[in-house]
Ligand binder design. Structure first.
Ligand code: WQD
Length: 324
């Protein structure tokens, strides 16, 4: 199929582009390069620089008829969304509405959306399944939920079939080493830990060690980006073969604490990771763990790279080139 990937030069989008092309699809990357990296661009893909905020850019790129749109072009720092909601409203909402309207205007029948476990908010039970109440605790999660609601309407009113893939904590790097761009100013645990390991940062903060977890630090469900990429291709096949909408969790179903991530990083890199335990971050739950049985049932998906060792080793393969 001919596929347009908005945000295809970004951390997650680039991994999905490689997988799509490996599976034989014809891919065009549409990216404004605000967060994307040249090092992430699959040389087999077409590339068009443009912004989801510029309808003229979308009109221009959509002159080349596409069968499907995959959307990764959004900001994802939950903390920042609470201090700068306007930035998230503009990019995550307006930008996405522009993409959905472009799909309607240019008859792009399928839309695969990068959603997030952040739509669930504070867990009322664990593991989190797709039936869990939707009560996002930050504006980032709220933007993801608002987009999901819009996709429901466009499916109902315009027949655009969509897949909303609710990622847990995306992590790791391409196990084949094809993607080497560092995230710019990362806000997530694993890239921050890696920045300390290779000397980009002197130290890091551990947000709280008084959670009701084994070692007192926050536990999260880290899912490898290669596993996420396979799920996107399988989800696209599901849309085409069933002509039905899809909404599934994508997680490994296993949790790792902040300290276990730091310890594994020190073991793999041989570097000390300096950290200081500080107060909890507002809104952080003790533990978030997924159940992805639905994804296994509907799109025949099981993560195979999401063990902590592979997550850290594949990340270090990239970061070790930047040791200072
Ligand atoms: C993980 C754990 C922190 C940084 C967010 C979004 C979610 C998804 C993933 C996109 C927590 C602790 C972190 C640090 C720390 N994004 N931590 N020191 O908050 O689970 O989820 O990113 O889909 O939607 O909400 O991820 O990596 O920020 O935090 O101690 O410098 O690491 O307290 O326990 P989070 P995270």
């Amino acid at each position: 199929m001919k596929i347009l990937v908005a945000g295809g030069a970004g951390y997650i989008g680039s991994h999905v582009v490689f997988e799509l092309i490996d599976q034989g699809h014809d891919v065009t990357i549409f990216d404004d390069m605000s967060l994307g990296s040249e090092k992430n661009i699959d040389p087999r893909a077409n590339f068009v620089k443009g912004s989801t905020m510029a309808e003229s850019d979308l009109d221009s790129v959509c002159q080349d008829r596409f069968d499907c749109m995959l959307h990764f072009a959004a900001w994802k720092a939950a903390g920042e969304s609470m201090t700068n909601p306007g930035k998230y409203a503009k990019n995550n909402l307006n930008g996405t509405i522009n993409l959905i309207n472009a799909c309607d205007k240019y008859d792009i029948e399928y839309f695969v959306f990068s959603s997030s476990a952040a739509v669930y908010g504070m867990p009322e039970y664990l593991p989190l399944d797709e039936m869990h109440p939707l009560n996002p605790g930050n504006y980032y999660g709220a933007t993801k939920l608002m987009v999901e609601k819009n996709l429901e309407w466009f499916s109902e009113l315009k027949g655009m079939k969509y897949a909303s893939l609710r990622y847990f904590n995306a992590a790791g790097y391409d196990v084949q080493g094809r993607i080497t761009g560092l995230e710019k100013n990362p806000q997530n645990l694993i890239p921050i830990t890696m920045e300390v390991a290779c000397g980009i940062k002197d130290d890091m903060k551990v947000f709280g060690n008084d959670y009701s977890t084994e070692d007192g630090t926050g536990v999260r469900d880290y899912i490898h980006v290669n596993d996420l990429a396979v799920a996107h291709v399988n989800a696209l096949d599901y849309l085409v073969n069933n002509n039905k909408d899809l909404l599934v969790n994508l997680g490994a179903g296993k949790g790792h604490s902040v300290l276990s991530v730091i310890e594994k990083t020190e073991e793999v890199t041989g570097k000390a990771v300096q950290f200081e335990v500080v107060d909890r971050r507002n809104g952080d739950p003790d533990t978030i763990i997924s159940i992805s049985e639905l994804a296994n049932d509907l799109i025949n998906w099981t993560p195979i790279h999401s063990d902590l060792d592979t997550l850290i080793r594949s990340t270090w393969q990239v970061y070790k080139e930047y040791v200072r």
